[in-house]
Design a protein around this ligand. Sequence first.
Ligand SMILES: Nc1nc2c(ncn2[C@@H]2O[C@H](COP(=O)(O)OP(=O)(O)O)[C@@H](O)[C@H]2O)c(=O)[nH]1
Ligand SMILES: *[C@@H]1O[C@H](CO)[C@@H](O)[C@H](O)[C@H]1NC(C)=O
Ligand SMILES: [Mg+2]
Length: 523
Amino acid sequence: MIRIKPRFRLYQNRNKPVYYTIILCSILAITTLLYINPWRSSSKNKFVSYSNQDLDSETQHPFYKGCNDVDAYINDPSYQRANASFVMLTRNKELEDVVLTLTSIESHFNQWYHYPYVFLNDEPFTEEFKKTIRNTVTAPVEFGTLMELEWEFPKKVRETIEFTERIKDQADRGVMYGDVESYHKMCRFYSGLFYKHPLVRAHEWYWRIEPDVKFFCDITYDPFYEMAQNGKEYGFTVIMQELYWSIPGLFRATRSYVNANKLKVGSLWKLFTDSYSYVQTDDEDLKKSIFDKKQLKEKVEEKIHIDHLLNQMKDGPVDLNDERNSIGLNRLIDRAQSKIPIFEDKFDNEDYNLCHFWSNFEIAKRTVFDNDVYDGYFKHLESTGGFWQERWGDAPVHSLGLALTLNVEQIHYFRDIGYQHSFIVHCPKNAPPEYQLPYVAGDNKFSERKSRYDNSFDYGSGCRCDCPPGHIDIEDTSYPCIDLWLELAHGMEKNSNFADGSYYPHVDLDSFEDKIKSEFDAL
Ligand SMILES: Nc1nc2c(ncn2[C@@H]2O[C@H](COP(=O)(O)OP(=O)(O)O)[C@@H](O)[C@H]2O)c(=O)[nH]1
Ligand SMILES: *[C@@H]1O[C@H](CO)[C@@H](O)[C@H](O)[C@H]1NC(C)=O
Ligand SMILES: [Mg+2]
């Protein structure tokens, strides 16, 4: 077997205990310093940034550390080429940016693997466009034109007066791209229709790409094959929050679809929702009124004080000179005057935390969307009008839709793939030199290659990465989504950086109540 083995096995060769001791000692030293330093400001965020950490766990880690010998990989008898293609929706006028993307993905991956491309457009592609594309890539290419129903909003929607008005007024409300009708169509198409296109249905897997994206590292293994081998169905590179005003009604619509169909959602649901179930208790009233630490103390005290008073009243007139009774009375008056808080976006004690996988990059099994549950979901969303009354993006729709059926273990974070779209960058650290291999072109078009790569790091996973100098990695700024992801998928301990709205009820109300009660009884 010449095939390079999966990285977690390679780890065994390494001088792990020494590294660990050094790292552990440094962490201890730093933590101690932070704690005893009397001048420390709010030092909660003085941790090593995520992009400078080893985040691997048993179930979530890059498929390989560093580079593979591509020839050996492909010729290994156990390797099977996937039934897969790239998919890009684009316009003729974007040709230049399309070529940038293709040159990048070919140079970093497809010059070795030659996966075919599917290009889709609401208008026919020009001959010039097709010719240029064919000259740029080393794989078969297919071009498809969308039918009216795939691209346009349904006729009876388009003919309403409201349709134009609602799209137009989104600009006044400051929704990014809100008044661009074609952008709404694009989001709707990617939300519910691309996976049904015959050219996309001709394959089991797809890799979505867009004009003007850049890849920074070589991908020397086959991501489709590795995903299939590891039970993964959807892969991403960036997770972050959506702008609230583009999707105010999305969660209500999603939640009602779940309820109407009595769906049992996947464990991925936790990545996208905040739960208001802060406490673990059988007391439904308390459960519904406590969402954070502050309310926890307030509401439990209130209950104890009032219960005490009511108990006293059972035995006849109460003595208001008794401090505990007067506290109880005041509480009772306060409660009568207070209002139950209203949460505009809370449904079944949950709301959407706005996190989503950035969908301009996706590597996935087509059936994660091409299935009855998701299809019904899209139809339901379409029926609510949110694709035009609001500007629902395909990214949040995909993420919530995936969570209807998938578990966290079926998602793969391609942390080793360096990727940029617009100003957002994820670019990994290079793996140590012993995991690097010299570049060998798979096609003459790409024989020229600049030979300097970024420095290596012990915890790095990248193969020949050349990241934008001084880039700020999205990993380090996409709070709180990345934290939630790390907790759920990488099993990272929840730390004090964590928002209080974490999903699991983590306060045992009964024991908390006992404690408060004994304090009160001691008055
Ligand atoms: N054919 C076609 N493609 C579009 C249209 N609008 C957007 N796209 C494509 O849809 C993808 C996403 O659009 P883009 O403008 O990049 O959105 P952004 O990445 O969210 O800023 C890109 O691949 C575009 O080329 C359109 O009106 N027609
Ligand atoms: C690829 O998958 C599609 C959809 O499942 C199927 O129709 C097609 O025959 C497959 N192609 C190959 C070469 O296996
Ligand atoms: Mg784009």
